[in-house]
Design a protein around this ligand. Structure first.
Ligand code: HEM
Ligand SMILES: *[C@@H]1O[C@H](CO)[C@@H](O)[C@H](O)[C@H]1NC(C)=O
Ligand SMILES: *[C@@H]1O[C@H](CO)[C@@H](O)[C@H](O)[C@H]1NC(C)=O
Ligand SMILES: *[C@@H]1O[C@H](CO)[C@@H](O)[C@H](O)[C@H]1NC(C)=O
Length: 317
């Protein structure tokens, strides 16, 4: 009893500096036991109509976690003078926000004001992978939603033109290792890229070469066909791997012979350690899946400055 009183006293005295509690798998087991089924159903339903939903959800979660930690900042709308993250420059592929809205609506109907949008997004990303033939895992939960979202923050995202040292820096700033970098790049097993994201490799590569010599010549030819130098076709681009709606290790198999889209993908072959991991994941789907799961849990546990359980994922309370 005395301890409880002391704890209540401490919380009352230091409400702001109270430590962010660690995430846990059973966080909502009492307060919202049917949470995960509701989220899975929302993702399943959306996937039936839109094949690109899983890729969108996985990328959305990545963006969320890399900016201000996993705090659902990516979901907020611009308001007044503030331009939000989702209206920042590399937003070209962000879509399917409606899936999170639908999941949130279903969850609010069952357990109002209890589950954060950041947790719903983390669960949706897991479901996106699992429902695309990839592995599944227990998602640690208990994230809080943030109140800040700024378009200028998207400069902190790694760019597709990054080399290995720039990628290493971007990941290590967030507590992620080179092994995490290689495993998480396997997210490029799903989805699509616009020409602008790999244009640097197929036209005017540098002062002497038009095409990045590390790209397979036949692959470069096909990319130049869909993405000519002065591309006028809106939404032209290429799939990130050969099986764009199936979560598998094809990305690594294509990466080895120079058939990946981004300089950042290709750069994984430029150090012995990362190249060895690429080869390992190309050989073994299960080695990739195990590593991906561990790294996803690490990425999705990047702490944000969130403080609230947002009622509408697009607006602060
Ligand atoms: C390593 C640094 C990374 C870079 C530089 C990068 C860059 C990009 C770029 C440029 C696109 C295409 C955007 C467009 O033109 O439409 C893309 C798409 C995508 N990325 Fe990454 N990415 C990285 C890491 C990740 C991670 C960690 C994940 C998730 C685990 C991820 C998942 C995806 C997915 C699923 C898509 C396809 C989106 C869609 O089709 O809607 N990426 N990425
Ligand atoms: C991306 O940003 C532009 C403006 O910068 C905005 O018009 C567009 O709606 C944004 N896309 C998404 C998916 O939010
Ligand atoms: C990566 O790019 C940065 C910035 O352009 C450069 O300073 C660095 O030397 C490059 N590193 C490698 C390994 O190419
Ligand atoms: C162009 O890129 C190639 C391959 O990376 C390199 O060998 C060459 O030195 C580069 N040329 C210039 C002018 O930077």
């Amino acid at each position: 009893m005395a301890a409880v009183v002391a704890l209540i006293f401490a919380l009352a005295m230091f409400p702001v500096s109270s430590p962010v509690s660690a995430l846990s798998s059973n966080y909502y087991s009492k307060t919202c036991p049917k949470l995960e089924t509701a989220v899975t159903n929302a993702v399943k339903k959306a996937m039936k109509n839109h094949k690109t939903v899983p890729a969108a959800l996985l990328r959305m979660h990545f963006h969320d976690c890399f900016i201000r930690g996993c705090d659902a900042s990516v979901l907020l709308e611009s308001k007044g003078k503030n331009t939000a993250e989702k209206d920042g420059p590399p937003n070209i592929s962000l879509h399917a926000f409606y899936v999170i809205d639908n999941a949130k609506k279903a969850v609010e109907a069952m357990c109002p004001g209890v589950v954060s949008c950041a947790d719903i997004l983390a669960l949706s990303a897991r479901d996106a992978v699992a429902l695309s033939g990839g592995p599944t895992w227990d998602v640690p939960k208990g994230r809080k939603d943030g109140r800040i979202s700024k378009a200028t923050d998207t400069r902190q995202l790694p760019a597709p033109t990054f080399n290995i040292s720039q990628l290493q820096q971007s990941f290590s700033q967030r507590g992620l290792s080179m092994a995490d970098l290689v495993a998480l790049s396997g997210g490029h097993s799903l989805g699509f890229s616009h020409c602008s994201s790999f244009q640097n490799r197929i036209h005017n590569f540098n002062a002497t070469l038009d095409i990045d010599p590390s790209i397979s010549p036949s692959f470069a030819t096909s990319l130049r066909h869909v993405c000519p130098a002065h591309n006028k076709v809106k939404n032209a681009g290429a799939t990130l791997d050969s099986s764009t709606t199936v979560f598998d290790n094809a990305y690594y198999k294509l990466l080895l012979p120079g058939k990946s889209l981004f300089s950042s993908d290709q750069s994984l072959l430029t150090t012995p350690k990362t190249k060895a991991l690429v080869s390992k994941f190309a050989r073994s789907k299960s080695a990739f899946e195990n590593a991906f799961v561990q790294s996803m849990i690490r990425m999705s546990s990047i702490t944000g400055g969130g403080q609230e359980i947002r009622l509408d994922c697009r607006r602060v309370n």
